[in-house]
Design a binder for this molecule. Structure first.
Ligand SMILES: *[C@@H]1O[C@H](CO)[C@@H](O)[C@H](O)[C@H]1NC(C)=O
Ligand SMILES: *[C@@H]1O[C@H](CO)[C@@H](O)[C@H](O)[C@H]1NC(C)=O
Ligand SMILES: *[C@@H]1O[C@H](CO)[C@@H](O)[C@H](O)[C@H]1NC(C)=O
Ligand SMILES: *[C@@H]1O[C@H](CO)[C@@H](O)[C@H](O)[C@H]1NC(C)=O
Ligand SMILES: *[C@@H]1O[C@H](CO)[C@@H](O)[C@H](O)[C@H]1NC(C)=O
Ligand SMILES: *[C@@H]1O[C@H](CO)[C@@H](O)[C@H](O)[C@H]1NC(C)=O
Length: 508
């Protein structure tokens, strides 16, 4: 009985302690945004969190409260990948509260997004690591970084953020992201779990001493995570392309059989001296190279300068491919290559996007709305970002960080997390050739968990929206039919559906 009373007293003291510290910082409130003249459906906050005051390392976030019930709904952290890409990609192009309409001469116009993930959750868009988006450090040597440091820095951010927003400490918390965030999410989740253990251990030790004010770190109410078309494991991801392009009808059956035989089913096998296999893989690359790697259904314009590009010259049927219910068109041009085709992220330095672009000369990027809007001094002021003169221009995917992938395969992280009771949704736009679903399907299966919900269609708006397979330990794999790499951009309605169901713990 004694421990119960003690726990009660501790929790009362704790809540008192946090009650007298500040709640949501008023100075971070975003009251208006250039391009939008309506009323915000919920409260928005933005600003910097100092994760290392001495070195002056600052991560910038944009926080959107839930439009339903902010005090009850979960808090979700969103991370875009790269490495080096700003999470404002998610905010502007994927599941943010606004749809951005590009205007030829004036600035973008913002319309409310009926499929915003803020319909059912509080959501934090974080520019991470420092050097990305609006996040910065006063010491540029901090722009040389890696997986481990990014995870500890992001955990430091979360701790400070929850101290600034104590009213959200008891909400369920989830971590989400896509692409290279397939590395960010599990490594951060592990950091959170470890950090929570340490905090609780310290609290317990401190129970006997009555000095409860010493408890400075909040416990994060972490429940689970979501990853879309995420990088996971170099072998699984590396082997994914050949079965994908075959299944999609992008190579001939003969070439598939030839490749299977010459590579003995192992397509990810660098410099193994197997010339026959290399030759088959080269043939496949020639076949699929001209496609839009992010969505094989979408056009990709090579050797077309950005300014010379004209949507009007496209056959309308092209523009309608993969169409779904959304008020504004998806981006038609993006980076033509994320990283060299068929090569998963390997240990070591990950080339940055401008370097890759320079190599492959694919001027296939559209970041115009985001770049114009986020570099407008009025917008930067409204979202409490430092001025251009201080931290430079906002760029969708920066080349100022030097990033080393050093965390290895994510599979052991997924195993630890799912076996510890954290729920995981691994979703995949099934027309993405950058991180094809075939890899995610294979590695989730390789975990060896019992199938508890056998492969079946899942529905959205009375239609098949994709397929799902559920495993024991709350691991769910889900495809989104006809979607490219950035699922909520291509399929916003379907994305909001599976997102809501996952957060609510409902069946897909
Ligand atoms: C807001 O902008 C829309 C066009 O985007 C316009 O139709 C509407 O009249 C404007 N409303 C106000 C209050 O200015
Ligand atoms: C929001 O959720 C809280 C906590 O569950 C509840 O007390 C409150 O009544 C809810 N508010 C509304 C408007 O539903
Ligand atoms: C930046 O950090 C590096 C590594 O910690 C340090 O050696 C260097 O002196 C710092 N530079 C400045 C200008 O503070
Ligand atoms: C109590 O908590 C503080 C802050 O977490 C810590 O520094 C201190 O070592 C703890 N005291 C004991 C006796 O463990
Ligand atoms: C998995 O959990 C074990 C036991 O808690 C721990 O020692 C190990 O470091 C964890 N591995 C990863 C990759 O998180
Ligand atoms: C799965 O998650 C639910 C909560 O949604 C939890 O009650 C259940 O214990 C979890 N199952 C496992 C095997 O972790």
């Amino acid at each position: 009985m004694g421990w119960l009373v003690e726990a009660l007293v501790a929790s009362i003291l704790l809540s008192l302690c946090f009650a007298i510290t500040e709640s949501a910082p008023k100075s971070a409130l975003v009251t208006k945004l250039p391009g939008f003249n309506g009323t915000f459906p919920s409260k928005h906050y933005a600003g910097y969190v100092a994760i290392d005051k001495e070195r002056n390392k600052n991560l910038w976030y944009y926080f959107v409260e839930s439009e339903r019930n902010a005090s009850r709904d979960p808090v979700v952290l969103w991370l875009n990948g790269g490495p080096g890409c700003s999470s404002m990609d998610g905010f502007i192009y994927e599941h943010g509260p606004f749809n951005f309409e590009r205007k030829k001469t004036e600035e973008p116009r913002l319309h409310l997004n009926r499929y915003s993930w803020s319909k059912v959750s509080n959501i934090i868009y974080l520019d991470s690591p420092v050097g990305v988006g609006y996040s910065y450090s006063k010491n540029k040597s901090d722009y040389t970084t890696n997986d481990a440091e990014t995870a500890t820095d992001t955990y430091a951010f979360l701790i400070e953020w929850f101290k600034m927003f104590p009213e959200f400490q008891s909400n369920p918390f989830y971590i989400s992201g896509e692409s290279y965030a397939g590395i960010y999410v599990p490594t951060l989740a592990s950091e959170v779990v470890k950090g929570n253990k340490n905090v609780m251990r310290k609290e317990k030790r401190n129970e006997t001493s009555t000095n409860h004010k010493k408890v400075t770190k909040p416990v994060i109410n972490f429940k689970g995570y979501l990853i879309g078309n995420g990088v996971t494991d170099q072998v699984f991801d590396g082997n994914a392309l050949v079965p994908f392009v075959h299944g999609m009808g992008l190579i001939s059956n003969e070439l598939f059989e030839e490749t299977k035989a010459s590579c003995k089913g192992h397509y990810y096998n660098e410099n193994n001296g197997n010339n026959e296999c290399s030759a088959s893989l080269a043939k496949i690359t020639d076949d699929v190279q001209p496609l839009n790697v992010y969505n094989i259904l979408e056009p990709c314009y090579h050797k077309t300068s950005m300014t010379a590009f004209d949507f009007g010259s496209l056959p309308p049927s092209f523009l309608n491919l993969g169409q779904t219910e959304r008020p504004l068109p998806v981006r038609k041009r993006m980076f033509g290559r994320a990283w060299p085709l068929g090569q998963a992220v390997r240990p070591g330095i990950v080339p940055n996007w401008p370097q890759i672009l320079a190599d492959s000369s694919v001027p296939c990027i559209d970041d115009r709305v985001a770049t114009a809007w986020l570099n407008d001094p009025a917008v930067r002021k409204a979202v409490h970002a430092k001025e251009k003169s201080e931290i430079g221009r906002w760029i969708l995917c920066t080349n100022q960080i030097v990033y080393t992938h050093d965390a290895g395969s994510m599979i052991r992280f997924h195993r630890n997390l799912t076996l510890s009771g954290y729920r995981a949704l691994i979703f995949s736009g099934d027309h993405d050739m950058c991180v094809p679903y075939t890899g995610s399907e294979a590695w989730t299966k390789s975990m060896g968990y019992k199938v508890v919900d056998e492969w079946r269609p899942w529905m959205s708006n009375d239609n098949v929206a994709g397929f799902t397979q559920g495993y024991a330990n709350n691991l769910t794999f889900l495809t989104v039919k006809g979607s490219g790499h950035t699922v909520p951009e291509y399929k916003p309605r379907e994305a909001l559906d599976f997102y809501s169901r996952f957060l609510a713990g409902e069946k897909m």
